[in-house]
Design a protein around this ligand. Structure first.
Ligand SMILES: Nc1ncnc2c1ncn2[C@@H]1O[C@H](COP(=O)(O)OP(=O)(O)OP(=O)(O)O)[C@@H](O)[C@H]1O
Length: 344
């Protein structure tokens, strides 16, 4: 569906050149919800904006449905852009138009007749759950409602692809979830391919089936979500995974750790992040047996990404003759994320 080859983008300015994308290759298939994750400045927005030619690539190829985007004439590009909807972090709505007027806007530009426009707008507002807000102005809407208008407007010309530029970054967690669920429904119901960029692993885990990790202008990992995060090969991917596995610990845990009745054995409080198959292995009883340590579980949580478990475990390990150190080494060899919270 979208085939990107050797895409390079260099911004040139008086203060010097910035290579925002360096030889990027990506394959996005029809029906994918494809997430691109990376830190600030990695090149995510540039990549998204190159897909619909809002930024002109310096070199390389972008094919959408077999059409080479970099070779289109201005008129051909205008037509092709109708097939590519886009939504933005700050919604980019027209403040002087009502919700209805905003959604109708691309249809008016496309030259459709009033009756067709009215009908389409009605259906779109129903799809995004805003039928009762048709006559409201953007300033009268919440962030989540504004993004719903953005989505309805992006879908007006029946696109095949929807590009989402940090679409939930300005929203609270609950609203984020409702917008992500709406995007998932749209993907399923209308068969629209979605490409989204984000710096938040929580967004990726919620809806994407495939992911690319972008680091300093290059795609360093890509593939099915579970494949990439079951066996992350780069520090960047590992850190994104840690952001959900080694998640925030409860406030009272520190007090509980402080109040533990410390014995005379050497001990450590360790936080272990796990993802995937490893949860099926009896790692705790393994370390107890192999290294003659005591394991006291202080906290644990478990969640699922597409049926695959992941989570965090905090435990107190105590032992003698270096047993705790050996146990930690063993856990790391199993590719678990291990962090020593405190020596006790
Ligand atoms: N118009 C521009 N002119 C010059 N440099 C630019 C321009 N747009 C982006 N850049 C630079 O290109 C690099 C990639 O920027 P880009 O916005 O694509 O990253 P990003 O991953 O989307 O970051 P963020 O999450 O902070 O938006 C950065 O170093 C940025 O400063």
């Amino acid at each position: 569906m979208i085939r990107i080859r050797n895409l390079t983008k260099v911004y040139r300015s008086a203060s010097g050149n910035v290579r925002a994308l360096d030889n990027v290759n990506l394959d996005i298939e029809r029906g994918d919800i494809f997430g691109v994750i990376g830190l600030s400045g990695a090149g995510k927005s540039t990549l998204l904006r190159c897909i619909n030619m809002l930024e002109k690539p310096t070199s390389g190829s972008i094919e959408i449905d077999g059409v080479e985007m970099t070779r289109l004439s201005p008129n051909e590009l205008k037509e092709m852009r109708k097939k590519i909807g886009m939504i933005f972090q700050h919604f980019n709505l027209l403040s002087s138009r009502t919700v209805r007027g905003n959604v109708a806007f691309p249809l008016e530009i496309a030259g459709l007749d009033r009756e067709t426009i009215n009908k389409k707008v009605e259906n779109l507002l129903k799809l995004v759950g805003l039928s009762d807000k048709a006559e409201s102005y953007p300033s009268q809407l919440s962030g989540g409602q504004k993004q719903r208008v953005g989505i309805a407007r992006a879908l007006a010309n029946d696109p095949k692809v929807l590009l989402c530029d940090e679409a939930t970054s300005a929203l609270d967690p609950e609203t984020t979830l409702s917008i992500l669920n709406l995007l998932k429904d749209i993907n399923r119901q209308l068969g629209i391919t979605i490409v989204l960029i984000t710096h938040e692993m929580n967004v990726i885990k919620q809806i994407c089936n495939k992911v690319a990790v972008i680091e300093k202008s290059r795609v360093v990992e890509q593939g099915p979500l579970l494949e990439v995060f079951s066996n992350p090969k780069t520090e960047t991917a590992r850190n994104f995974l840690k952001s959900i596995t080694l998640s925030q610990l409860p406030e009272d845990l520190k007090d509980r750790i402080r109040n533990l009745n410390h014995g005379h054995l050497e001990g450590k409080i360790v936080k272990v992040g796990f993802f995937g198959e490893i949860t099926a292995q009896p790692v705790i009883s393994d370390i107890v047996r192999k290294f003659d340590v005591d394991a006291n579980i202080l906290y644990g949580n478990i969640d699922h990404i597409q049926g695959t478990p992941y989570g965090t475990l905090v435990m107190e390990l105590r032992g003698k003759n270096g047993g705790v150190g050996e146990a930690l080494k063993y856990l790391k060899e199993l590719r678990l994320d291990v962090e020593v919270v405190e020596n006790v």
